[in-house]
Design a protein around this ligand. Structure first.
Ligand code: ATP
Ligand code: MG
Length: 422
């Protein structure tokens, strides 16, 4: 019998959870500052929400967990954007919300890929979508939000890679140029690239198999096919990043998969030498015609997704001091038949906002003191049968001295002495 997590999944044990809470808390704070609002969509959707016509990405074609239930086909979400836009359209939020509408999400995603460092089959993404307006300033603001999160985790060895895919016209011209360029080499390219040639030749540039072939290096550059409007748009994005002091590097090979991407695309990658192929912390871009795909109006949007596991791992490597969970402030010990008073005392402390634990099973005094010690509590409260009769208790203070305090005043006393965890 093998009761273990499936390959590519993992448990987050209590001792590791502080790092997650710390990252999540910082993210919540930053999204608040930027006036984003949380949205929670289902962990599975109708398969066609993810499997869009003519999508050439590996994620959609090879990595999805799809299952049938009766007549229906469902898929565990491999990414967050599709569900958010589906919800935006389904609930007609374009009519109900001020545009651009700003959403964030955090949760598990599922992709069937080969597990390795920084790559799991169930992983967690934090992402944002900014839907309903289009400007270079919004693009730069979106990158700034992600960058703020990375900075809040004390990660400094990262760089922003940025590129533009231009507008529909520029991209159509480039697509043709790529097709012409790759036509004579088609038989040398991998099977996936042969499919990409038909579906979305831009994706060929993103291929991990054919990456080093000569015909890749001599491929035409998109920048040569940008029309004036697209070039001006990109220049303004870069100007905004300069203004904000966000360092970036233009990477003409950065294409990103989605057929709907237009204009700005970006990735934030770790520059640590040990990060290897899983160096991308977050990635995103602007998309057009995506909102109308699910039945809404033809609005533009921009978003990104951060891989939380990679963010946390990187923060650890960079020495970020994760905020610790609150320690135990008071531990209540009982001597004799005083169980209910111990319980009542612990509850009174908790209701006053003091993190407290009490001994709830018959045990020797020595064993109870040991537990009090292990809990790290600053105060040990000792209750015996005499104390119950008098309505008092003994409190052992951090300097090891003991005082008698009335049970009614115990919470106030402990707060006064600095045992307040609130
Ligand atoms: P890659 O090229 O690494 O496969 P991707 O283009 O598939 O990345 P996106 O779909 O853009 O990745 O997802 C955004 C982020 O989510 C990535 O930058 C990464 O941090 C994280 N991510 C993606 N896939 C995984 C995975 N299998 N395990 C852990 N994190 C992942
Ligand atoms: Mg991938």
């Amino acid at each position: 019998m093998n009761y273990q997590t499936p390959r590519g999944t993992y448990d987050i044990l209590p001792e590791e959870i502080a790092a997650w809470h710390d990252a999540e808390e910082k993210i919540r704070r930053i999204t608040e500052l930027y006036r984003y609002r949380e949205i929670r969509t289902p962990y599975f959707e109708d398969t066609k929400v993810f499997k869009r016509e003519n999508d050439s990405s590996d994620m959609v074609n090879k990595e999805m967990y799809t299952f049938a239930m009766g007549q229906e086909s469902y898929t565990l979400r491999p990414e967050g954007t599709a569900g958010v836009i589906r919800a935006f359209d389904q609930h007609k939020l374009y009519g109900a919300m001020e545009l651009p509408a700003r959403f964030w999400y955090l949760g598990a995603m599922f992709r069937h890929e080969r597990p390795q460092k920084g790559r799991q089959r169930q992983f967690t993404q934090f992402g944002i979508e900014n839907i309903g307006a289009k400007s270079p300033e919004l693009d730069a603001e979106t990158i700034a939000l992600g960058y703020d999160i990375v900075k809040a985790m004390d990660i400094s060895s990262v760089k922003v890679l940025i590129n533009t895919l231009g507008d529909d016209e520029s991209r159509a011209a480039y697509r043709e140029a790529l097709k012409q360029h790759f036509a004579p080499y088609l038989s040398e390219l991998c099977g996936d690239c042969q499919r990409r040639y038909e579906q979305n030749p831009l994706r060929i540039l993103d291929c991990k198999v054919d990456h080093d072939k000569d015909c890749m290096k001599t491929a035409p550059k998109l920048s040569e096919y940008l029309n004036e409007e697209s070039r001006a748009y990109f220049d303004q994005v870069l100007r905004c990043l300069d203004e904000l002091g966000i360092p970036y590097e233009i990477d003409e090979r950065l294409v990103r998969g989605l057929d709907y991407y237009t204009h700005t695309v970006f990735e934030v990658v770790s520059t640590r030498p040990d990060s290897g192929a899983q160096a991308t912390v977050f990635a995103g871009g602007r998309y057009d015609h995506f909102v109308s795909y699910y039945g809404g109006p033809d609005l533009s949007g921009i978003g990104f997704a951060i891989g939380m596991e990679r963010l946390i791992a990187l923060a650890k490597e960079e020495g970020h001091a994760f905020k610790e969970e609150p320690a135990c402030a008071a531990y209540v010990i009982g001597l004799g038949q005083v169980g209910s008073t111990v319980l009542k005392t612990v509850q009174d402390l908790r209701r006053a906002g003091i993190v407290a634990e009490g001994n709830m099973v018959p045990r020797s005094l020595k064993a109870q003191f040991k537990s009090a010690d292990r809990s790290g509590a600053k105060f040990t409260v000792i209750i015996g049968e005499d104390e119950v009769r008098n309505g008092t208790c003994n409190v052992k203070l951090p300097d090891r001295s003991q005082v008698s305090v009335s049970l009614r005043e115990l919470p106030a006393y402990i707060k006064e002495q600095g045992g307040n965890n609130e």
